[in-house]
Design a protein around this ligand. Structure first.
Ligand code: ADP
Length: 591
């Protein structure tokens, strides 16, 4: 028990230290921040001054009473004005610093997400990342704008009031403070609970968001199988869990409020009782007692607030921890800049004894000692049943993952030794599921070369058989593609992706053919464009339809992660093996 206590304490110390690193983003704005702090000190001290002076107003007696009262009131009015100004300036400068700090954190997290390897994303769920990052950043923002200032103000008030109270009446001050440590201890316990529960609540909310996204994406499948009720029940289970955790959280907050109220009110009554005795014994004036109550109220409010602020800061620490998990994850690109260029390669590809298993499923060997030689400028088509490892091969070529053993050589050089950005800029990828980004058609074609001239873009579109349909659109190249390109047909999206590749002018091409989902007319256009694109470039084609790859210089049949057969269309047909069987099946289904 004692041991686990110690270790949990150590963890929280480490986590605090780690979290403070995030405040490093504030460093460039140190001076405005210090100005804000100074304003905070001024406004907090001013409120101490006003509260402690009120008693004096009551105690004034004798000649010129009215005049002295007026003078002091006027002075207090001046102090209030100063306090108001300082408060405004503090809020303004803190916001100035926070906005810039948060923007820097946002940018750092975004850039980090861009440079994380695909393997990292495999371990996460995308809905979870975005909702968590959003929630975490807003928690950090709250802590910077509000809670940090509150925390400092409350500390100043607490120490200031203790000092003034001790100076005015040590007996009464000690009597009042005898109960404070209890509060402090309660605050710490409460903070621990909330920290644990808020993390749990965040996870649960992320889980329900994930289900929502999944259902929205697959809404047609849900409907087709009349699985609405199943999904609804799943969602209900998740939202119930959120309620449960939220309510448990509320109970602890509520209990804490109960303690504070009972304790505070009890304390106030006993202090009034003891203070009245001291006045009766002439140890304290009425004015002193009045000031004492005012200051005690101020202090009690700040101590109570301190516990709350403390728990909010704990929450922010939880949030910074998960942001730091992202910021500390290992990157694949060390800098986000336009990639340097490598000399144009000839394009001879060799896969040597290539073995691979996915990091999250290490027991399954997806590729097993695969050997393959693709001469420069030739097309190698990979066929094989679903799950044979075709896509995996292309991922390794794109360096999304690292081989477990073996190598991939480009012109005799291990691609793992090349600068990642420079290497990838040699590649062109036309995926099965084309992703267009919101923006115009022009922007989407010029994705890899934003500065490309209009002539080049039009040429690329021409080569990709896309120019005609683009020019027929009312806004031509300036047509907005809509969210993820939903306003274009599948074949049109594919041809834009091909134009994108033509413009990028890559040395190596990876084509994940998806013409099977297209109608014959669009398929013909896409095929033609692809053939043009392949000319003179080393190409790896993941073939889904055998009819489209007859002309490939090399066809490789992949089975269980190994090369089962290799040859040209004719030679493989003659062999009468797996490929010949597949062709017969294909022809049968087309007949
Ligand atoms: P193909 O493209 O030939 O259909 P894949 O390369 O997609 O095959 O998949 C090969 C094998 O690797 C399959 O058994 C599949 O289940 C597995 N696999 C694919 N992607 C992953 C992944 N991200 N994590 C774990 N296993 C995967």
């Amino acid at each position: 028990m004692a041991k686990s206590d110690r270790s949990s304490k150590r963890i929280s110390k480490v986590s605090l230290k780690r979290s403070l690193r995030l405040y490093g983003f504030m460093r460039p704005y140190k001076w405005p921040f210090i100005l804000g702090l100074a304003c905070l000190v001024v406004s907090s001290s001013a409120s101490l001054l006003v509260f402690s002076s009120l008693g004096k107003l009551i105690d004034f007696q004798g000649e010129a009473l009215g005049q002295r009262v007026n003078q002091l009131t006027l002075l207090l009015g001046g102090v209030l004005l100063l306090q108001a100004l300082a408060s405004f300036l503090r809020i303004y400068t803190f916001a100035w610093v926070t906005q810039r700090t948060i923007a820097a954190i946002r940018q750092a997290v975004f850039d980090k997400l861009l440079s994380l390897p695909v393997a990292w994303y495999q371990k996460q769920r995308s809905g979870e990342i975005s909702s968590r990052v959003t929630a975490d950043i807003s928690a950090v923002q709250d802590s910077l704008t509000t809670y940090l200032a509150e925390f400092i103000r409350q500390i100043i008030i607490v120490f200031g009031t203790v000092f003034i109270l001790m100076a005015s009446s040590p007996k009464l001050a000690l009597f009042m403070m005898g109960t404070l440590p209890v509060m402090a201890v309660l605050a710490v316990f409460f903070g621990r609970f909330v920290r644990k529960l808020s993390k749990k609540a965040q996870n649960e909310v992320a889980e329900s968001t994930h289900l929502l996204e999944e259902v929205l994406q697959g809404i047609s499948t849900v409907k087709a199988f009349t699985a609405e009720w199943i999904q609804s029940a799943r969602y209900k289970k998740l939202t119930d869990a959120v309620i449960h955790t939220g309510m448990r959280n509320a109970v602890y907050r509520g209990l804490f409020a109960v303690f504070i109220i009972l304790f505070l009110f009890g304390a106030i009554i006993s202090i009034v009782w003891y203070g009245s005795h001291l006045v009766a014994q002439n140890e304290l004036s009425h004015g002193d007692l009045f000031s004492f109550f005012m200051l005690s109220g101020l202090m009690a409010g700040s101590v109570g607030g301190l516990a709350d602020t403390y728990s909010q800061m704990q929450k922010a620490i939880g949030a910074t921890e998960s942001l730091l998990d992202i910021l500390d994850a290992r990157v694949e690109l060390s800098e986000l800049k336009a990639p340097q260029s490598l000399p144009k390669p000839k394009g001879h590809l060799r896969f040597e004894q290539l073995s691979f298993s996915y990091p999250n499923r290490s027991e399954q060997q997806v590729l097993q000692e695969l050997n393959l030689d693709i001469p420069a400028g030739s097309t190698c088509a990979i066929v094989g049943s679903s799950g044979a490892g075709k896509s995996t091969l292309s991922y390794l070529l794109m360096r999304f993952y690292q081989p477990s053993s073996g190598r991939i050589l480009l012109d005799g050089q291990d691609i793992a030794d090349l600068d990642l950005g420079a290497y990838r800029s040699l590649l062109g990828y036309v995926p099965q599921d084309v992703m267009l980004f919101s923006g115009s058609i022009r922007e989407n074609i010029a994705y890899a070369r934003p500065q490309a001239a209009q002539d080049d873009i039009e040429y690329a579109a021409e080569m990709a058989n896309a120019a005609q349909f683009i020019e027929e659109l009312p806004q031509g190249y300036n047509t907005q593609v809509g969210d993820r390109g939903t306003q274009l047909s599948g074949g049109q999206r594919q041809r834009i992706a091909i134009a994108r590749a033509v413009l990028a002018n890559p040395s190596l091409l990876i084509l994940d053919e998806a013409t099977s989902s297209l109608d014959t007319a669009s398929e013909k256009l896409v095929q033609e464009a692809l053939e043009r694109l392949r000319k003179g470039r080393t190409s790896l084609v993941i073939a889904h339809r055998l009819s489209t790859i007859r002309n490939a210089q090399q066809i490789v049949v992949l089975q269980n992660g190994k090369v089962a057969e290799t040859g040209t269309h004719e030679s493989l047909l003659q062999q009468g093996g797996i490929y010949a069987g597949l062709v017969r099946l294909d022809e049968g289904s087309n007949a």
